[in-house]
Design a protein around this ligand. Structure first.
Ligand code: C5P
Length: 220
């Protein structure tokens, strides 16, 4: 029997990178570990929610008491997310590849012709797509991984993506956030900006889940 401030609510979380095939053996990828998204899914489950985690390729273990759907590409992630709706809360922590290539059917070979030209195609924006749906989650949370002007970019993203909250973090190499255990986040919403001190990704997840409960009128 579940108990906690999110009992009876459905939470959908995306996490990890996506991998976009270049050919059958190569991918376009990014350095997301999935740690922050997975920690949020785990914290939401501990708070009593029914949690679905749609995860790109990661090497960390599945969170407890969570339904995990594994995908590779952005388009697969969008499909899995749409199949997992409706949800009361959507937390889009995945580092979705902005672009994919056409994906060659056979392994690209070195040859006299020089390196292949990769032509990039824009991927669907999963968060913006969900924000525009009739069954949009009541609380929709996006992430903004930036290497500069973190808060300014997050404010712009809040408006453009149509979400209620952006959790912004600095992922410049010096920050050690990508792949690391700790995170320093800024919460950007219509109410303004709130900057949290550096914390473990687990602690960030716990605090965020408390926020989610409070903002849906469910104080702990
Ligand atoms: O535009 P940018 O990629 O910086 O936006 C980040 C936010 O949008 C994250 O919440 C991410 O999960 C989400 N996103 C998405 N689909 C994309 C790109 C980003 O859901 N194709």
């Amino acid at each position: 029997r579940r108990e906690g401030p999110l009992v009876g609510l459905r939470v959908l979380v995306t996490s990890g990178p996506t991998h976009e095939p270049i050919d059958p053996v190569r991918v376009l990828a990014n350095r997301s570990s999935g740690r922050q998204g997975h920690a949020i899914a785990a914290a939401a489950a501990r708070a009593g929610a029914e949690v679905t985690l749609v995860s790109g390729p990661v090497s960390i273990t599945d969170p407890k008491d969570v339904t995990v759907v594994r995908v590779e590409t952005a388009r697969e992630m969008l499909e899995a997310v749409e199949r997992s709706l409706p949800a009361d809360i959507g937390v889009f922590a995945a580092a979705v590849a902005d672009w994919r290539t056409d994906g060659a059917p056979q392994k690209l070979k070195k040859g006299g012709g020089g390196p292949p030209a990769l032509s990039l195609v824009e991927n669907p924006d999963i968060l913006a797509t969900v924000a525009g749906r009739a069954d949009r989650p009541r609380l929709l949370v996006g992430f903004a991984a930036e290497t500069e002007n973190v808060v300014a970019h997050a404010k712009e993203k809040l408006a453009r993506k149509g979400c209620d909250l952006i959790v912004a973090n600095d992922v410049s190499p010096a920050s050690g956030v990508m792949g690391g255990e700790a995170n320093t986040v800024h919460l950007v919403s219509a109410d303004g900006v709130e900057s949290w001190p550096a914390m473990s990704k687990g602690a960030v997840a716990e605090e965020l889940v408390e926020r989610f409960a409070a903002s849906l009128g469910r104080p702990a």
